[in-house]
Design a protein around this ligand. Structure first.
Ligand code: SF4
Length: 694
């Protein structure tokens, strides 16, 4: 159902779905959206859009929207609608009661990559200044936290290096662990335009995605590796480049830390990193590894784009480092057409990380133990701040189960559905004494909550999102907040109820505070955004118009640093009992856990998570097209319908996670990245057998 009618007025705003950050004109009649029209001046989308941004905004007025605050003292009690004052007062008194009994570190907060920059800034400020600890984390923990770690270590900044438009200058594009045709469709179209002009394409993916075989842009190489072997593959490619003298020696000598390069060079040249040795591990023939490495190193501007197929692994951070190593060794950083480009899944993953929502970093990626930085925030906020890093999301769950973490403020994130090993998450939820959920809907997490605070959709608030190319764009309020308060106002009110006063008249004042305290945002203001449309950080005295391409002339860290990337097999092993590897992804018309797209009639018709299985594996198990199948892992079990397809290779099965009832995260394990605890969603050993319809 596409709402049509005569628009009376409009405002420019930003899509609330993926990290492309398309600009839209919201056309309104009274307080009702008539249509969303892609904005021709949007610098990330140039007038283009996908089905989600254009048609999937109906959730904002869905009957499931919650508009009244509610409380209950036990999760078995019925909810009781109360005033904002009573709900916030109850939450504050419970948090203070828990802290008085169990210490100030016994509570914390989780924010979301769906929140605006201003909202996330306030959540981390609330936790640090009002709670008095650093127990704040974001759902970027479960997607791109390895990007932050890996790029900071090697290049010096936890962000992608390019603009999207840069791809039009690329000669060879390497996509690793990403399916932009489904997850970043507008950018995928731009990539395809460049590919039709003759750029070469390498796709590294266990599945045959649309990017591999779409008309006119078929990949030159599809490295169809075994899930979990990314690091082996990147080391093999580096081996070829170095052993065949294909590196950019001048770039390395001028721009990089040559001692680290010499160590890395010796490392990748070891025989165990050769394509022949790594072919057994990756499942990719040595000739293909060699051919792809040669193509990338010798075909002009080489650009790497990657997604959660890189980060959501036990070696996610190692692989991000490996990608940066490869880009530096081939001189592919610091100009148009090249670079290291994480494709951020959610609209504001970049911004949520920038805003200090990690337990070890204040806004601008500065460590909480840095006394100079901490003092700046203490002076601005008027309270002493803890120098000790707080708990990450999985640590919060563990601490809940050992009785030391008992209160949680969770804004815009459905951790029960999104996080791996659902049974473990639910056990942690049930162990806590006060969970406050702030969301549009009574989501899965709210089933275990004691206070529910109704949230506001992107149409009901002012703010900014920062897309995958570091582009800060305005979100503009086009209708009143259904519950009477925008999300930022709720966090302010909770802080005031806790006795830590916050006062802002408008989110522009929050951005002014961010700019005053964050060097990379120093030149950002709503007035400037209104004037120029959008800005890419760093935006400050050195770059008043922003920074489309990073690391020109010099890396942010000075010299680019190579780090060895030793491959280790994941602990998640296939066995006779669990002989297949399950990996996960998403489809074009649905978005993550589907909270919005399932509630938008325009796209909700495409509404079933299925299990893709190769014909050989299906035949071995007597599974036919559309049969119901049981999927069992070491963590749990679920039932889906089967799609028998050669898009997956033998030994690998695949599903999406858009519907709570399909239980994808009931079967994913709690293995995680060694550096950041990003869950290893992409590798779960499973058995699949036919079952009768549930
Ligand atoms: Fe929204 Fe992403 Fe689609 Fe653009 S490509 S309309 S940002 S979902």
């Amino acid at each position: 159902v596409i709402t049509m009618g005569q628009a009376e007025h409009s405002k420019i705003t930003t899509c609330a779905y993926c990290g492309v950050g398309c600009s839209f004109k919201a056309e309104m009649k009274g307080n009702e959206v008539v249509r969303m029209v892609p904005h021709k001046d949007g610098k990330a989308n140039h007038g283009h859009s996908c089905v989600k941004g254009r048609f999937a905004w109906g959730y904002a007025t869905h009957k499931d929207r919650m508009t009244k605050p509610m409380i209950r003292s036990k999760i078995t009690d019925p909810w009781r609608e109360v005033s904002w004052e009573e709900a916030l007062g109850y939450a504050a008194s419970e948090f203070r009661r828990i802290q008085a009994k169990h210490g100030k570190d016994s509570i914390g907060g989780i924010t979301s990559s769906r929140c605006t920059n201003e909202e996330t800034y306030l959540v981390q400020k609330l936790v640090r200044a009002a709670f008095g600890n650093n127990n704040v984390d974001t759902c970027a923990r479960v997607c791109h936290s390895p990007t932050g770690y890996g790029l900071k270590q090697t290049l010096g900044e936890a962000a992608g290096t390019q603009t999207f438009d840069s791809v039009m200058k690329s000669d060879v594009i390497m996509i690793i662990g990403a399916n932009p045709a489904a997850a970043h469709p507008v950018f995928a179209s731009q990539m395809k335009r460049r590919l039709r002009q003759g750029a070469k394409l390498i796709v590294v993916d266990p599945r045959t995605t649309e990017m591999v075989k779409s008309p006119h842009v078929a990949a030159d190489y599809h490295l169809k590796l075994r899930p979990g072997t990314n690091v082996a593959l990147i080391s093999a490619m580096a081996h070829v480049i170095v052993s065949e003298g294909l590196e950019d020696a001048a770039f390395v000598a001028e721009r990089c830390d040559t001692k680290s390069y010499a160590d890395w060079r010796e490392f990748v040249l070891r025989p165990e990193n050769s394509p022949e040795a790594m072919a057994d591990i990756t499942g990719v023939p040595a000739a293909e590894l060699r051919g792809a490495a040669r193509l990338f190193a010798t075909n002009g501007n080489g650009a790497i784009y990657y997604g959660l197929g890189v980060t959501e692994h036990a070696q996610g951070s190692t692989m991000v480092i490996g990608i940066a190593n490869l880009a530096m060794a081939t001189g592919n950083v610091g100009r148009e057409g090249v670079g290291v480009n994480p494709l951020r899944g959610q609209n504001n993953v970049q911004g949520s990380c920038d805003m200090g929502s990690f337990p070890h970093e204040l806004p601008g990626y500065r460590h909480v133990s840095d006394t100079t930085v901490r003092t700046e925030f203490e002076d601005a906020w008027g309270v002493p701040l803890s120098p000790e890093p707080g708990l990450r999301i999985p640590n919060m769950f563990d601490a809940a189960l050992d009785g030391s973490f008992l209160g949680l403020y969770c804004e815009g994130e459905d951790i029960v559905q999104s996080d791996p090993d659902t049974q473990h998450v639910i056990a942690a939820m049930m162990a806590m004494e006060c969970i406050v959920v702030q969301d549009l809907f009574l989501n899965e997490t709210a089933k275990y909550a004691h206070v529910f605070l109704p949230g506001s959709s992107f149409l009901e608030k002012d703010g900014t999102f920062t897309n995958a190319e570091r582009r800060i764009s305005r979100v503009r309020k086009v209708m009143p907040a259904k519950a009477g308060k925008s999300d930022w106002e709720v966090t302010v009110a909770l802080s005031n109820a806790l006795g830590y006063p916050m006062h802002y008249n408008h989110p522009s004042e929050i951005m002014d505070e961010i700019a005053a305290l964050t060097p990379t945002f120093k030149g950002v203001s709503y007035a400037k955004l209104d004037e120029v449309g959008s800005l890419q950080w760093p935006c400050n005295d050195a770059a008043p118009e922003g920074t489309p391409i990073m690391h020109i002339g010099e890396f942010v860290r000075g010299k680019g640093k190579f780090i060895n990337t030793q491959y280790f097999a994941t602990d998640e092993k296939v066995t006779l009992n669990f002989p297949l590897i399950l990996t996960t992804g998403r489809i074009l018309s649905h978005y993550n856990v589907g909270a919005q797209t399932r509630r938008t009639e325009n796209v909700a018709w495409h509404s079933e998570d299925r299990l893709e299985i190769h014909p050989h594996d299906a035949e071995d198990r007597n599974i036919k097209q559309d049969d119901w199948v049981g999927i069992e892992s070491r963590a749990g079990q679920t039932v889906l319908r089967a799609t028998v397809t050669e898009n997956v290779q033998p030994g690998v099965v695949y599903t999406t996670f858009h519907h709570p009832e399909s239980g994808a995260n009931v079967i994913t394990t709690d293995n995680s990245d060694w550096a950041t605890n990003c869950p290893e969603y992409k590798v779960t050993a499973v058995q699949v057998m036919p079952v009768t319809q549930p």
